[in-house]
Design a protein around this ligand. Structure first.
Ligand SMILES: [Zn+2]
Length: 246
C-alpha cells in the first residue's frame, strides 16, 4: 500500500454502506478523485468535520484496490461561511457539480484547483456573487478547452454580422447561417464583449467590467444552455440555485 499527500478541496460527500463516506475531491497534485473515509458516520471526530463540502484540507491517502482511502485531513481553511449562507452555498454547490462533471478523473488540473480556490475565497467575501458565477462558468469551460466561439460565426467563419448564439454549435452565428439553425439565443455586441471580458478579468475586479447594453439574463441563459449541450443534461444543482435566487 502506498501513500500520497496533497492539498484538496472537498466537492461533495456521499454515504457508502453503513458507516463509510465517499468524498469527491479536487486535489492540487492528483486531479479530481474519489476517496473513502472509513467509519466516517460512526465517529463525530474533527476528521469528519474537516471534510465538509468546500473545505480546503491537507489530505493524506492510502492507495486502495478500488477506492483510495483518506487517512488524514488537516483543515487549512473552512469555508463555513459558504455553508451558512444559502445563496453562497447554492453557488458553491453549482460550481462543485460543474467541476465534478467536466473535469476528468486523475488528470493534472492544478490551474483549475488554484482557480477554484481563488473563486471560493472571492465568493466568501462577495456581496454580488452573480458576476463571479458567470465568470466561474466561462473560465472552467476555457480551462478544459470547451470555450464557446465568440469571434466568428461557428458555421461559416464570417465575423462581420454575428447576431445569435447557438448553444448546440458552441458559439456565435451570423445572420445568414442563423436561418438554418434552431434553438438560438439573440446576442448583441455588448453581450459578446462582456463574455470575453468575463474570461479575461481578474475575478476580484469583475464589477469594473462595462455592462452598458449587456443583457445579463441572456448571458445566464446562454451559459446554462451551452453547458447543458456539452454535458447532454442539466446540472442538478441548477434547480437549487434557481429556487434560492427566485
Ligand atoms: Zn455564418
Amino acid at each position: 500500500m502506498s501513500m500520497y499527500r496533497t492539498r484538496a478541496l472537498v466537492l461533495k460527500t456521499r454515504n457508502l454502506g453503513e458507516a463509510d463516506r465517499v468524498l469527491l475531491l479536487l486535489t492540487e497534485d492528483h486531479g479530481k478523485l474519489e476517496a473513502a473515509v472509513k467509519g466516517a458516520r460512526r465517529q463525530r471526530s474533527r476528521f469528519v468535520g474537516n471534510t465538509l463540502p468546500f473545505n480546503l484540507i491537507h489530505a493524506m491517502f492510502f492507495t486502495g484496490k478500488n477506492l483510495d482511502q483518506l487517512s488524514q485531513a488537516q483543515l487549512i481553511h473552512s469555508f463555513a461561511v459558504l455553508r451558512e449562507d444559502l445563496v453562497k452555498m447554492a453557488y458553491a454547490s453549482y460550481w462543485a457539480e460543474l467541476v465534478g462533471e467536466f473535469v476528468p478523473e486523475r488528470e493534472n488540473v492544478r490551474e483549475i484547483f488554484r482557480f477554484m480556490l481563488a473563486a471560493l475565497i472571492t465568493l466568501e467575501k462577495s456581496d454580488t456573487p452573480e458576476l463571479l458565477n458567470l465568470a466561474f462558468q466561462i473560465r472552467i469551460l476555457n480551462y478544459l478547452g470547451y470555450q464557446p466561439e465568440l469571434e466568428n460565426c461557428v458555421s461559416c467563419g464570417d465575423g462581420s454580422a454575428v447576431v445569435q448564439f447557438s448553444p448546440i454549435e458552441g458559439g456565435v452565428v451570423c445572420r445568414q447561417c442563423a436561418a438554418d439553425l434552431r434553438d438560438l439565443i439573440p446576442v448583441n455586441r455588448a453581450d459578446i464583449r462582456f463574455l470575453i471580458a468575463l474570461s479575461a478579468t481578474d475575478i476580484r475586479k469583475l464589477a469594473e467590467i462595462d455592462q452598458t447594453g449587456v443583457q445579463l439574463g441572456t448571458i445566464r441563459a446562454l451559459l446554462r444552455r451551452f453547458i447543458e449541450a456539452r454535458l447532454d443534461k442539466p446540472l442538478k444543482t441548477q434547480v437549487f440555485l434557481d429556487s434560492v435566487l427566485a
